[in-house]
Ligand binder design. Structure first.
Ligand code: NAP
Ligand code: NAG
Ligand code: NAG
Length: 340
């Protein structure tokens, strides 16, 4: 028995080696190559911000700058010599992020600040501090965002549904408080609203903005649609000011955004698709950076961009909704401030 095995095993080893080589040459290698080429092709479609505009003397605020897309935008704008204010949910995170960026970019000018968009009080405090220390804000990037399952209704400190409250209303309040600082004395300031093409699945129900009736299926998408209406209406309302407004979709990006909604099986179902469609944070940051810096956009306002170019949304927008949404949001904020 032993002798038999000793003569047969090397034989199998040779076959094994031979088939492995064949397998590699004819299947594995071409497959890997093909997948890599498809990925490269996809990446080439995502667009890259190619300008090298420097931002010396400019002040930038980025909300949610401690992770994902916001972090990459902060790093890039700091490397272009802007003073970057990192407006984060906690001061600790803002400070830690400044240290991380400074390690890579020695000459970066970074200011860590606390801004909890789930609290009107925190937003007011933040804007008061900004007004005290800065005369002009050249770029405001409304980037922070949350995504939770729509099955449970979570609330901000002021009892707004959390997607509506953080992604949309908090930034609405913040931007309006900073309008004087954004109306800069030369050129145009830029407000960049990080929205999402998921807005196409959203709805604005003016009688149920705060989702009290618990009827809405995709609260995240609703908030992103509200982001775009906000962009359009703000652009109209700032026509006589030195302010341009841009909405953008970063694409589908590998960040922590979906940490509350993802399930273990998604990794199996989504992984193959993700390989072709999911961007790194650095890639996802390209369109926001483009909107913040690109000279070609200097005469544009109120539009939506993706892949570093204009994006043709499948959604239909109604001017009547954007005006009503604006007025209603103002009332909701006023009422919430009265309660406190
Ligand atoms: N990832 C995508 O595929 C994708 C696609 C389309 C659009 N977007 C949009 O891109 C933006 C950035 O998201 P991301 O993908 O980079 O996700 P992320 O890594 O989770 O970043 C979100 C940021 O928002 C901050 N944030 C959350 N709640 C906040 C609050 N109450 N106050 C202040 N900051 C708060 C987070 O702070 P903490 O770290 O403290 O939680 C974090 O810094 C979001 O607006 C998102 O909707 C993302
Ligand atoms: C905006 O700034 C310009 C230039 O400084 C000024 O002339 C104008 O009055 C300001 N507009 C508003 C509405 O504040
Ligand atoms: C923007 O408008 C100004 C004034 O009309 C013009 O001089 C400039 O070339 C325009 N810029 C772009 C990129 O179209």
């Amino acid at each position: 028995m032993q002798i038999m095995l000793n003569t047969i095993l090397p034989f199998f080893a040779i076959i094994n080696n031979f088939t492995m080589t064949l397998l590699f040459l004819y299947y594995i290698f071409p497959t890997v190559l093909l997948l890599a080429l498809i990925r490269k092709y996809r990446e080439s479609k995502w667009g890259k911000c190619n300008n090298n505009i420097q931002l010396d003397g400019k002040t930038v605020i980025i909300t949610g700058a401690n992770s994902g897309i916001g972090f990459e935008v902060a790093k890039e704008l700091a490397s272009r010599k802007a003073s970057v204010i990192l407006a984060c949910r906690t001061l600790t995170k803002a400070k830690e992020t400044c240290v991380t960026i400074q390690q890579n970019i020695k000459e970066a000018v970074l200011v860590p600040m606390e801004l909890d968009l789930a609290s009107l009080k925190s937003i007011k405090k933040f804007s008061d501090e900004i007004k005290k220390n800065y005369k002009e804000i050249h770029i405001l990037i409304n980037n922070a965002g949350v995504s939770y399952p729509s099955s449970t209704r979570l609330e901000t400190a002021d009892n707004f549904e959390i997607h509506f409250g953080v992604n949309y209303l908090g930034h609405f309040y913040l931007t309006n408080l900073l309008l004087d600082e954004l109306n800069i004395s030369s050129g145009k300031s830029r407000v960049v609203v990080v929205a999402s093409s998921l807005h196409e699945r959203g709805e604005i129900n003016l009688d149920n903005l705060n989702n009290e009736k618990l009827t809405s299926k995709n609260l995240y998408a609703n908030s992103k649609l509200a982001n775009i209406y906000f962009t359009q209406e703000l652009a109209r309302r700032t026509k006589d000011k030195n302010i341009n407004v841009y909405a953008c979709c970063p694409g589908w990006v590998y960040t922590g955004l979906f940490r509350y909604t993802i399930r273990w099986y998604h990794f199996f179902v989504v992984a193959p698709v993700a390989f072709f469609f999911m961007r790194s944070s650095g890639q996802g940051a390209q369109t926001p950076i483009y909107c913040a810096t690109e000279p070609k956009l200097e005469n544009e306002t109120g539009l939506l961009y993706r892949d570093c170019k204009l994006y043709d949304s499948k959604a239909i927008f109604y001017d009547s909704i954007s005006t009503k949404l604006w007025v209603k949001t103002e009332e909701m904020i006023k009422d919430a401030l009265k309660v406190k």
